[in-house]
Design a protein around this ligand. Structure first.
Ligand SMILES: Nc1ncnc2c1ncn2[C@@H]1O[C@H](COP(=O)(O)OP(=O)(O)OP(=O)(O)O)[C@@H](O)[C@H]1O
Length: 302
């Protein structure tokens, strides 16, 4: 097998370097400071998050990856104000976050639409809650429904929509309240590969056109690289920052870049971080010895 000669994932073209320079000059929208989260469990205290520090700039797209149990969902729930930090703080445009608020829209994996409401009513829901009158909320909701390409389905119910369409409505519903930050916890995790790819392109298109900062959890390395400006890699037990990677893939993103050297170099680095090579255990050696002993031909393979 030919070995690919990949560049260092830290190597950035002038174009990418310039983009990060500009990005870092934008105001900080979301800041996490010295954040710890402990849970009490039957087996004692679990430190789900340890000393997390992070500054996310206006209109930045940050993806979060890490092994199961590294605290991704706990972190996004704290950012959403659904969970409290044990110590440390979260600041949104300099103000401490302690509960959910309209400046943070949320889209999670399960289809969280109200099944008894039409698409239009689902999108209107948050607007009515925040004080819009019926007519105004309807006009605003219809604009968002149009933007997500579901105008024909405004009067449909969630069960009449495909998975991808439901998530588009969930995105429209979150964005209708004009949040500053969109918090997404594996929003495309339940979709088939083709729909997922469409949703990624679609999300990037929306992000390009509106003033929104995105914090996006995923298990899919390609998805993280394709979408993110930076990727936050967490490790487990305790959940802490392992690396914050500046994705060296230029914008605008397109699916052809999935095979570009900088994309593959970033993926290789993420794989090293997420799935470090396992070392041989005593057990592996025992099994090998057993194989060599029982067979006359097997031995020649080694
Ligand atoms: N309410 C809770 N009570 C006790 N422990 C919890 C609670 N919520 C999370 N934990 C623990 O905190 C750690 C982080 O959990 P969390 O669900 O945030 O991880 P995750 O990275 O989102 O995992 P996954 O990728 O599997 O969804 C785990 O050890 C989990 O068992």
């Amino acid at each position: 097998m030919t070995k690919l000669n990949l560049p260092d994932y830290k190597l950035q073209s002038e174009e990418v370097k310039d983009r990060f320079e500009r990005l870092k000059q934008r105001p900080v929208t979301l800041e996490v400071k010295n954040l710890y989260k402990h849970f009490n469990s039957r087996n004692g205290q679990v430190t789900a998050l340890k000393d997390i520090n992070l500054k996310i700039h206006k209109r930045e797209f940050v993806c979060v990856i890490g092994p199961s149990g590294c605290g991704k969902s706990t972190l996004i729930r704290i950012l959403a104000g659904l969970e409290q930090a044990s110590t440390g703080e979260v600041l949104l445009n300099g103000n401490a976050v302690s509960k959910p608020g309209p400046e943070r829209g949320m889209v999670f994996q399960g289809y969280t639409l109200f099944p008894w409401l039409t698409v239009k009513r689902n999108v209107m829901f948050g607007l009515i809650e925040s004080g819009y009158g019926e007519g105004e909320a309807e006009a605003e909701a219809l604009q968002w429904i149009d933007l997500i390409g579901l105008k024909r389905f405004a009067e449909s119910y969630p069960h009449q929509l495909s998975g991808g369409m439901k998530q588009r409505v969930a995105i429209a519903r979150a964005l209708a309240n004009k949040p500053k930050v969109l918090l997404m916890d594996e929003p495309f995790g339940a979709l088939d590969a083709q729909t997922r790819a469409k949703m990624q392109a679609y999300l990037l298109e929306i992000w390009k056109n509106i003033d929104i900062t995105v914090f996006f959890i995923t298990h899919d390395l390609d998805e993280a690289i394709y979408l993110a400006d930076r990727i936050l890699v967490l490790k487990a037990n305790p959940g802490e920052v392992q690396e914050l990677i500046e994705v060296p893939v230029p914008h605008p993103r397109n699916p052809d870049q999935l095979l570009s050297p900088e994309f593959l170099a970033t993926k290789k680095r993420l794989e090293e971080l997420i799935h470090p090579p396992t070392t041989d255990t005593d057990e592996d050696h025992l099994n090998l010895m057993r194989m060599v002993h029982v067979d006359d031909d097997v031995g020649s393979v080694f």
